[in-house]
Design a protein around this ligand. Structure first.
Ligand SMILES: [Zn+2]
Length: 391
C-alpha cells in the first residue's frame, strides 16, 4: 500500500509537488493506474460520467470501500489515496480466500473541490445526487465544469441522471488529519460523526480617519472592534466541549498603515458534532459581535454563508468496526471528524462508517503528511475483519 501511495504521488499536474485537480490529465493518469490495480485484483472496472473509477466483484448490492484520488495543491500522498489503497488491498485478500461477497472499490474523482469550489462532486455523481446547477460553475481559467467533464471524457448530462444506487454499505479509511490518535498513542479510531458547519461573514463598519490627527477617544475603529470579536470566538471555542470556532480570514478597508480602519470583514467557521450546540454557539457569537459593536459605536452585520448539519455515521457499521478493533487487541477510540468526507454523501443512500488512521503530527494537506507501515497494517486488518463479518 505504501509503495502504491508513492507511485500515485508521483502523478501530478506540477513538477516537484503533488497537485491533482478534478478532470486534469494527472487525475486521469492516476485513475488509469488505480484501474490497472483493480483489474489485477480481479475486479470489473468502469468509469462513470464524472470519472470516478469503480471496480466491482460479485453480484447484488455491494459493500462499497473507497475514498478520493484528487488532491489539494501541494498535497500529501495519503489524504484520499490511503482509503482507496486499503480498499484494494482488502479486496485482494478477500478474493484470495475465495469469498463470494459483493464488493465495490471506488476512487472518487473529486472530494477536495479545489478546482471548481464544489463539494463532493465525485461522490454525489456516484450516489445519484449530483447538482446539475454546478455544471455552469467556472474554474480559475474560465472553464465550465460542464466542459471540464467533457474534456476528461465524461458526460455531464449523464451525471445529472444517475439513479440512486442500491448499496449494502460504505466504509472509508482515511487519515485522521488531527493529532488525537497520536496524542493517545493509538493507530486507529472509529469515527462517530462528521461535524456540521456554520460559516458566516461578519462585517464591522466604523469610520476611516487619519491615524495622526484623529484623537483616540473620537475613533470608530473597525479593526479594533473586529479583534475583540476574534478573541470572543476563540474564548467560546475553548469553553465549549467539542466545539471548534475560527476566524480564518480578515480583510480591511482601506488597509493602509496610516489610516484608522473603516471596515473589517471576517469569515467565521464553527463546527460541532451536535447541531444544537453549533447553532447556539453561532448565535452567541453573533450576539457578542453585536454587543462589542454597540459598545464601540460601530456596526456589526452578520451574513450566514453556509449551514450544513452534522452526519451521524451508522451505529451498526461502527459496531462492526469497533469489534474488529477490539479483536485486534486495541482499545476503541471514537472520534468526531471535523473535516468533511465522501462518507457524508454516501450516508444519505446507505449505512456509512469511517476508520481514521493516525497521521504524524496530525498534519494533512501538506507534503509532510505521513503514516506508519504498522498503523496501515492495523487499518487493513480491521477493514478485512469488517468485510468478512458482513453477510
Ligand atoms: Zn480526504
Amino acid at each position: 500500500m505504501l509503495a502504491r501511495a508513492d507511485e500515485l504521488a508521483a502523478i501530478s499536474e506540477e513538477h516537484g509537488r503533488l497537485t491533482r485537480g478534478f478532470a486534469t490529465p494527472a487525475l486521469a493518469r492516476a485513475g488509469d493506474l488505480v484501474a490497472t490495480w483493480m483489474e489485477d485484483a480481479g475486479l470489473t472496472v468502469r468509469r462513470d460520467a464524472v470519472g470516478n473509477v469503480i471496480g466491482r466483484v460479485g453480484a447484488g448490492p455491494p459493500l462499497v470501500l473507497g475514498s478520493h484520488i484528487d488532491t489539494v495543491p501541494d498535497a500529501g500522498r495519503y489524504d484520499g489515496p490511503l482509503g482507496v489503497l486499503a480498499a484494494l488491498a482488502v479486496v485482494e485478500r478477500v478474493a484470495t480466500h475465495g469469498d463470494g461477497s459483493s464488493l465495490e472499490v471506488v476512487a472518487f474523482a473529486d472530494e477536495e473541490g479545489t478546482r471548481f469550489g464544489t463539494t463532493y462532486l465525485g461522490s454525489t455523481a456516484y450516489a445519484g445526487s449530483f447538482d446539475g446547477a454546478s455544471l455552469d460553475v467556472v474554474d480559475g481559467a474560465g472553464v465550465t465544469l460542464r466542459d471540464a467533464i467533457r474534456g476528461a471524457g465524461g458526460d455531464p448530462d449523464l451525471a445529472v441522471t444517475v439513479p440512486v444506487p442500491e448499496l449494502a454499505g460504505y466504509v472509508e479509511v482515511h487519515i485522521e488529519q488531527g493529532p488525537v490518535l497520536e496524542r493517545e498513542a493509538l493507530p486507529v479510531g472509529v469515527v462517530t460523526a462528521i461535524a456540521g458547519q456554520t460559516r458566516a461573514r461578519i462585517t464591522v463598519t466604523g469610520e476611516a480617519g487619519h491615524a495622526g490627527t484623529l484623537p483616540m477617544d473620537a475613533r470608530r475603529d473597525a479593526l479594533a472592534a473586529a479583534s475583540e470579536v476574534v478573541l470572543a470566538v476563540e474564548r467560546l471555542g475553548r469553553a465549549t466541549a467539542g466545539l471548534v470556532a475560527t476566524v480564518g480570514s480578515l480583510s480591511l478597508t482601506p488597509n493602509v498603515g496610516n489610516v484608522v480602519p473603516g471596515e473589517t470583514r471576517m469569515l467565521l467557521d464553527v463546527r460541532h458534532a451536535d447541531d444544537r450546540v453549533r447553532r447556539q454557539a453561532a448565535d452567541e457569537i453573533r450576539a457578542e459581535a453585536e454587543r462589542i459593536a454597540a459598545a464601540r459605536g460601530v456596526d456589526a452585520e452578520w451574513a450566514l454563508r453556509y449551514d450544513t448539519p452534522a452526519v451521524e455515521l451508522d451505529p451498526g457499521l461502527r459496531g462492526h468496526l469497533a469489534d474488529a478493533v477490539r479483536e485486534h487487541g486495541l482499545p476503541v477510540r471514537e472520534l468526531v471528524s471535523g473535516a468533511g468526507h465522501d462518507a457524508v454523501v454516501l450516508s444519505r443512500v446507505c449505512p456509512a462508517a469511517m476508520l481514521f488512521v493516525r497521521c504524524a503530527g496530525g498534519i494533512s494537506h501538506d507534503p509532510r503528511e505521513s503514516v506508519s507501515e504498522d498503523d496501515v497494517a492495523v487499518a487493513l486488518d480491521v477493514l478485512e475483519r469488517v468485510v468478512r463479518s458482513l453477510p
